[in-house]
Design a binder for this molecule. Structure first.
Ligand SMILES: NC(=O)c1ccc[n+]([C@@H]2O[C@H](COP(=O)([O-])OP(=O)(O)OC[C@H]3O[C@@H](n4cnc5c(N)ncnc54)[C@H](OP(=O)(O)O)[C@@H]3O)[C@@H](O)[C@H]2O)c1
Length: 395
């Protein structure tokens, strides 16, 4: 097994493309073992021709057949697999050492867990899998000895501000974690205008270029809420240990405050190639094409408290984590249904948080003590949230 043999799950998405861009700059260091995605044939075909992986997987069977035909015609030796099983197989394959987990949403859960159970170095972008199955996930990491490196810029920043032998906040002398967030495109929009915001406006993030689902999550600040939950699991923190700070410039990616009053911050341009390179090269530093920060041009950095009236999804996420059990599963599922409905213009922007709140208020909670239980809660919450969407559609 080559130490730098990589599998990229979600290779056709925003994180996947940035990952391959970093890999492109280090052809001697990294070898792509497998690529996986959903149904984008053209982009997957181009990636297979350029990176010559042993395997390429598309979840959609028809798309996988088309890819197979096109790769055959092009004389490629890449073997094409299909379906969720194909993704699970490449994630756990013995021939790769590192797995980039960058499938979006709950769809990434099975393949990410497969990589964890196989004891890989897992570069975790798919925050939803940890939100849904936090305890199962971290237990699986402990059993298999998998190495979990956080890709989310905030968690990667926290990771960089922690001692290398970090085991707990108290033993490392940490007072609190400061999780920064830009506030997204609607940070200063008059509240009465939020309901009329379109999917394209919600996806126009001022600082980051990302996939559509996470862009909407950034506009509602659900993204920060999911990150809050993710940070609790990754750094063995309680909700009270983490404070969210609005920082519109997205230059400070998060901070750690120590008992002596020292605050360590990680800064850099808002470009996902930095945290990706940090994890790909870890513990070494590797070069990226990310430009240097120009402090003279920056001039100032601003910080403020979050406005929970503007961002109810953030408050709901914190409550879901405090309530524990399978509340985070219900939160995530309701959010995915509501964001899909917003992107297809079935509901308006402010109804995303309403649907999540109604789902949580009516939630019959249970202990998510197995993957089946997690999936059952996920399905129940989706069904409930879909009913709430339909109710609004009919109005
Ligand atoms: N973008 C960022 O800057 C950023 C930052 C931090 C964390 N993250 C996290 O990283 C993950 C990916 O985000 P993204 O912005 O890269 O998303 P994205 O651009 O929408 O890409 C999603 C990827 O997942 C694949 N996919 C979607 N549904 C799938 C399914 N059912 N089965 C298998 N593959 C599926 C897509 O394949 P097709 O293209 O074939 O549909 C695509 O490769 C998310 O969990 C997000 O929260 C992203």
């Amino acid at each position: 097994m080559g130490a730098n043999n990589l599998t990229v799950l979600g290779s056709t998405g925003s994180i996947g493309v940035s990952t391959l861009d970093v890999i492109r700059s280090h052809p001697q260091r990294f070898q792509v073992f497998a690529l996986g995605a959903n149904l984008q044939v053209d982009r997957m075909f181009e990636q297979c021709i350029e990176f010559t992986p042993q395997y390429a997987v598309l979840r959609d069977h028809a798309a996988a057949n088309t890819l197979k035909q096109r790769l055959n015609d092009a004389g490629s030796s890449t073997e094409v697999l299909a379906g969720d099983e194909g993704l699970i197989d490449i994630a756990g394959a013995t021939d790769s050492h590192t797995v980039m987990a960058a499938i979006v949403g709950s769809a990434g859960l099975d393949a990410t867990l497969s990589a964890v159970r196989a004891g890989k170095r897992v570069l975790l972008a798919n925050k939803e899998s940890l939100v849904m199955s936090g305890k199962l996930f971290t237990d699986a990491v402990n059993v298999s000895g998998a190495e979990l490196l956080p890709i989310d810029s905030e968690h990667n920043a926290i990771f960089q501000c922690l001692p290398h032998d970090f085991s707990s906040l108290s033993s490392a002398g940490i007072r609190r974690i400061l999780l920064t967030g830009s506030g997204g495109p609607f940070r200063e929009t008059p509240l009465e205008e939020l309901a009329s915001k379109t999917p394209d406006q919600a996806c126009s993030h001022p600082n980051w270029s990302m996939g559509r689902k996470i862009s909407v999550d950034s506009a509602t600040m659900m993204n920060k809420g999911l990150e809050f939950i993710e940070a609790c699991w990754l750094f063995k923190a309680q909700p009270k240990d983490i404070e969210v700070v609005i920082h519109p410039q997205s230059i400070v990616h998060s901070m750690v405050e120590y008992l002596d009053g020292s605050v360590l911050a990680q800064m850099g341009m808002p470009d996902m190639r930095t945290p990706i390179a940090n994890c790909l090269g870890w513990p070494e530093r590797i070069e990226t094409k990310v430009p240097s920060l120009d402090f003279y041009q920056l001039g100032r950095l601003d910080f403020s408290a979050p406005d929970y009236q503007r961002f109810p999804a953030l408050r709901l996420s914190m409550h879901a984590m405090e309530s524990a059990l399978d509340y985070p599963v219900a939160l995530n599922a309701a959010n995915e249904i509501a964001v899909d409905a917003f992107l297809s213009e079935t509901i308006c922007f402010t109804q995303i948080a309403e649907i999540i709140e109604e789902t949580l208020n009516n939630w019959q909670s249970s202990e998510p003590d197995s993957l089946e239980a997690v999936k059952d809660s996920d399905l129940r919450a989706r069904q409930y949230a879909a009913q709430r969407v339909n109710k609004r559609k009919l109005q």
